[in-house]
Unconditional design. Structure first.
Length: 166
């Protein structure tokens, strides 16, 4: 009987431990799901605001924080360039793109001369980011890609630069 009680206690302890691990996993998954939902809502709001600004020059003027004067058409193009960039960041943040895939998207985006103008015009925006932040590091990745492509002799832009470690 003592052996049976001991075995039952061990089984009960193992079961409690298993339930604890499962509960922690469910809690972690719920936390990731909530974070993803918050990021999705924030991305949707950001995109809605950009769309309103692209449709209304009076609203776009609020977002004009460039160091040089730009016209309404250029402002709309810059807002759209920002939307493309933020969309790629969003997909990376929710885990839909790993860093190497994000780098591939950045390579394509920075082929466009208007995007490169936008990127240069917003350089001072990125200087306010802490160097250790994810966005600052991804901005540096874009800077490097743009510079590597400018320095390259080849027309094969998809092979320019060093591959990501990921």
């Amino acid at each position: 009987m003592a052996t049976q009680s001991s075995a039952i206690r061990r089984f009960g302890s193992a079961a409690r431990a298993g339930i604890g691990v499962a509960a922690h996993a469910v809690k972690e998954r719920g936390s990731r799901h909530r974070r993803r939902a918050v990021l999705t809502e924030q991305h949707r709001l950001h995109f809605d605001l950009l769309c309103k600004a692209m449709d209304d020059p009076a609203l776009a003027a609020v977002l004009n924080t460039y160091e040089t004067e730009i016209g309404p058409e250029k402002q709309r193009q810059y807002l759209f360039a920002n939307a493309l960039y933020i969309n790629a960041l969003y997909f990376h943040r929710i885990g839909a793109l790993n860093r190497a895939e994000l780098r591939g998207h950045f390579r394509i985006i920075c082929q466009n001369p208007i995007f490169r103008e936008y990127w240069a015009a917003t350089e001072h925006h990125r200087k306010s980011l802490p160097d250790s932040s994810d966005e600052a590091q991804l901005g540096q990745l874009m800077d490097t890609l743009i510079q590597d492509q400018a320095d390259a002799d080849a027309d094969e832009w998809w092979v320019v630069g060093e591959p990501d470690d990921e």
